[in-house]
Structure formats: structure tokens, C-alpha cells
Design a binder for this molecule. Structure first.
Ligand SMILES: Cc1ncc(COP(=O)(O)O)c(C=O)c1O
Length: 439
């Protein structure tokens, strides 16, 4: 069952001479002898340079909603290539894609494009500050919003002693100015009283509340409907903008994203991953009155914004997600995957639960789902960590870290379900055997 990693490992030793950690993003480094180099992807599958085949539930951290190298989207992208790339001018297609986003996402009245999710969230925060005239902002513990200093902070819950108050707020890395910590307030998810107390003390300084209601970087831990309604109400009451980061949930968990699912509209929202099946484009959208300050009082732009290839890919991807049953099929597959895996775990008496939407499920080894990031430490995430490499060896690609959900694409439905369930069972038994030996 062990896969060969020879070529990937040889390549790692070459790559590391020119690329820090041998990769183009820290998160792609899985260790000196476990870093994967990709040959190609098609549908719900991916092949590495050792010709190992994987059913892929990472999907590039979510973007490949239809599957890798989708023929319909790639044809549109090739047509987009003919347009010529970027001109430092606008094209008509921008308006068409913006119209589509506004018809799908309930809170979107106006749209601006960027290249990455990070840029869209950066723009949202800037707009919120300009609109409210207040610089401070609230982050929810366990959330992730991109690689920029304002949001690269986390609550250190591992090893945290609850009796000592809140977990420490730490930067993800060196080089992040400490001064940002003076602008940040952070709260645990699903505690509206706590948020209200915060607003009561600092409402004159807080301009934005930034949240992923289904935390795409924290096992899809999900906000209660009531909590989100309370958040909406509190933001309005205390004159802070509600920014819903739908970079992972947008055009995935419903046509109108998590906002449609929960019936709550943000002031500003951000989209990226699923909107172009992996081509680099993102969007900031929101209420007209707020978005109109862009261009008047707020700067927004970028050389590669609305590149003709990515824009054409977005046009086609959104058309498919809007006009076909793709999202329903994805949810159905996700539900059947949960059921199949759940039966295997239950047969072995392993406590577990699934969290979030079936299109992006978090799998926990605990009998009740966590309500917030602080609860996550009470789940057996070390078991997940032990299981993941065995899943890789069996040909099932998931993130080694349990905080990343399992992403489903439309192409998985073709022929991946039974194979995944069978391989999950094999990998699980290997893990249990390894654990047994350690105990
Ligand atoms: C919720 C959320 N916001 C923002 C980002 C940043 O997006 P990008 O990696 O495209 O910059 C991510 C990336 O995973 C994300 O999950």
C-alpha cells in the first residue's frame, strides 16, 4: 500500500536549493520526505510526479469546485486568452460577471474584482474603516483571512489553560508588526454576549467585525443562526460593518453562499476560490451605499485585476454553478461520503462527528461538534494527524491538519465514492494498528 515518493523526494532536494522549503507557499511543505510535487489533475483526481494517483479532497484548498481541468471552464479560459490579458483598462465582461454575482449573492449590490482572497479581504477592511471612520476591528478565533499582517493573528489554544483567561493572541510569523495587535479585538465564535460586552466598551473605535460563519480553515465550525442574527444586529447597533468572508464558502455551500444558507446579509462580503474553478480572481461585494466610496474616498486597484483569462473562467464557472444542479450534486456526494465514512467509524466504536456543509465537511474525532476554536482542542486531532498520512498512502488526499475541511467537487460524483470509502477503511485500520502498537 505504501506509495513511492522517490521522484518527489529527489525533486524536493533540488527545489529547496532555489525555493524556501522547496515550495511556493509554506502550507505546501509537508516535510522533507512527504512534500508532494504534482504532475497533473483531472476531475476529482490528482497525480504526483511519482505517478501516484489520489482522489483529492483538498482541491487546492477549495477552488476546484467543478474538478481539475474542467473542459467547459478551460475552453472559456482559452477564449479569454484570445482577448489579450490585461490592458490597464476595463472590458465589458466585468459587468456581466458582476451582474451574475449580484444575482446569486443576496448582499452583493456592487462588485470590485481582485486577484486573491487576501486582496479582497484587505480591501473590505479598508472600505469598512473609511466608511465608519474607525480603525479597530474584531476577528473571530479560528478564522483565517489571508496572508496579510492585519489578519495573520491567531489564538494560541493548544496547551492553553482556561483558568488563566483568554488564549494569547499571537502573530503567525515574525515580521508582522506588533502594532496591529493594538487594532485587533478577538472573540470566540457563538458567544453574542461576549461580543456585545466588547462593543459596549469599544464601539467608538471598532469599524468592522470580520467573520467566516463556516470556518473554512477551522474544520467548518459553524455559527449558530441565532448568533449570526445577533451579530448582524449588534454591528448595526454599534455602527461597525459586518464583513462576511466567503472566500471558501462562496458559490460552494449555496449559490448565495453562507449568507443565503443562514439568511443573514453582510455589509461587505468577499469571494474567491469557487468563483472561477481555480483561476485567480476574487471579488469584494457589498451594499451600494458603502461600495460607492471606492473611487471617491478609498483606493482600490491592481495591475492583474480582472485578467481576461480569469474573468472568462469566472463567467463560465458561475454560469454552471447558477444554472445547473452542480451544487446540489456536490452536497449530495458530500452527504453520502459522510454516511459511508461514518458507518466505518461507528462500526469500530470511534467517536466522531461531521461539521459544516457537506460540500466542505470538517471531520472531528469527538462525539459532539465544537462550537468554537477553543473547543477544537478537546477533540482528538492527534488521531486525525495520524490518519492523514495513511490516507495519502492509500490514495486519498486530505490536508494533514484536521482544521482543513474535506472539499467536494462536481467531478467526484463520477467514480470516487466507493473507492474513497474502501480506502478510508484500509487507512483507518492501519492507523488503529499503529496506535495499538504505540500503546
Ligand atoms: C476564508 C478565507 N479568506 C481569505 C483567504 C485568502 O485567500 P488567498 O489564499 O486567495 O489569498 C482564504 C484562503 O484560504 C480563506 O480561506
Amino acid at each position: 500500500m505504501l506509495r513511492s515518493r522517490e521522484k518527489s523526494n529527489v525533486h524536493f532536494r533540488k527545489a529547496v536549493k532555489r525555493l524556501p522549503l522547496g515550495v511556493a507557499s509554506n502550507f505546501r511543505y509537508w516535510g522533507e520526505d512527504r512534500t508532494i510535487y504534482v504532475k497533473r489533475g483531472k476531475g476529482g483526481r490528482m497525480w504526483d510526479i511519482d505517478d501516484n494517483e489520489y482522489i483529492d479532497y483538498r482541491l487546492g484548498y477549495g477552488p476546484a469546485i467543478l474538478g481539475y481541468a474542467d473542459d467547459r471552464v478551460d475552453k472559456a479560459a482559452r477564449d479569454g486568452m484570445e482577448v489579450g490579458g490585461v490592458f490597464a483598462l476595463s472590458t465589458e465582461l466585468e459587468h456581466k460577471v458582476a451582474e451574475r454575482i449580484c444575482s446569486m449573492a443576496p448582499a452583493a449590490e456592487l462588485v470590485r474584482f481582485s486577484v486573491s482572497g487576501t486582496e479582497a479581504v484587505m480591501a473590505a477592511l479598508r472600505v469598512a474603516r473609511a466608511y465608519t471612520g474607525k480603525d479597530e476591528y474584531v476577528l473571530v478565533e479560528g478564522g483565517y483571512h489571508g496572508v496579510f499582517s492585519e489578519c495573520l493573528w491567531y489564538a494560541a489554544v493548544e496547551g492553553w489553560d482556561e483558568s488563566q483567561g483568554d488564549p494569547e493572541l499571537l502573530p503567525y510569523s515574525e515580521g508582522i508588526p506588533r502594532l496591529y495587535s493594538h487594532l485587533i479585538h478577538r472573540v470566540p465564535m457563538n458567544d453574542a454576549d461576549r461580543l456585545e460586552r466588547l462593543f459596549k466598551r469599544h464601539a467608538d473605535k471598532i469599524g468592522a467585525f470580520l467573520v467566516e460563519p463556516m470556518m473554512g480553515n477551522c474544520c467548518s465550525i459553524t455559527a449558530d443562526r441565532q448568533y449570526l442574527e445577533d451579530v448582524r444586529w449588534l454591528c448595526t447597533k454599534y455602527n461597525a460593518l459586518l464583513i462576511i468572508d466567503e472566500v471558501k464558502t462562496g458559490f460552494r455551500v449555496a449559490k448565495g453562499g453562507v449568507q443565503e444558507l443562514m439568511g443573514v446579509n453582510a455589509d461587505l462580503c468577499t469571494f474567491a476560490k469557487s468563483m472561477a474553478n481555480g483561476y485567480p480572481i476574487s471579488a469584494l461585494a457589498g451594499k451600494e451605499e458603502i461600495m460607492r466610496i471606492i473611487g471617491k474616498r478609498v483606493v482600490h486597484g491592481g495591475t492583474y485585476t480582472a485578467h481576461s483569462v480569469a474573468l472568462a473562467a469566472a463567467d463560465k464557472t458561475l454560469e454552471i454553478l447558477d444554472e445547473t444542479e452542480a451544487l446540489a450534486d456536490i452536497a449530495d456526494y458530500g452527504a453520502r461520503l459522510r454516511e459511508g465514512i461514518g458507518k466505518i467509524l461507528s462500526r469500530r466504536g470511534i467517536p466522531h462527528c461531521f461539521v459544516g456543509h457537506p460540500a466542505m465537511s470538517g471531520l472531528f474525532f469527538a462525539s459532539t461538534p465544537p462550537d468554537n476554536y477553543r473547543d477544537w482542542v478537546h477533540t482528538d486531532y492527534t488521531f486525525y494527524k495520524a490518519l492523514a498520512p495513511n490516507l495519502h498512502d492509500a490514495g486519498i488526499l486530505v490536508e494533514p491538519d484536521s482544521r482543513e475541511p474535506w472539499f467536494i467537487c462536481e467531478a467526484h460524483a463520477e467514480n470516487c465514492l466507493d473507492e474513497t470509502i474502501a480506502k478510508f477503511e484500509q487507512a483507518l485500520d492501519v492507523t488503529l494498528e499503529q496506535r495499538g502498537k504505540c500503546e
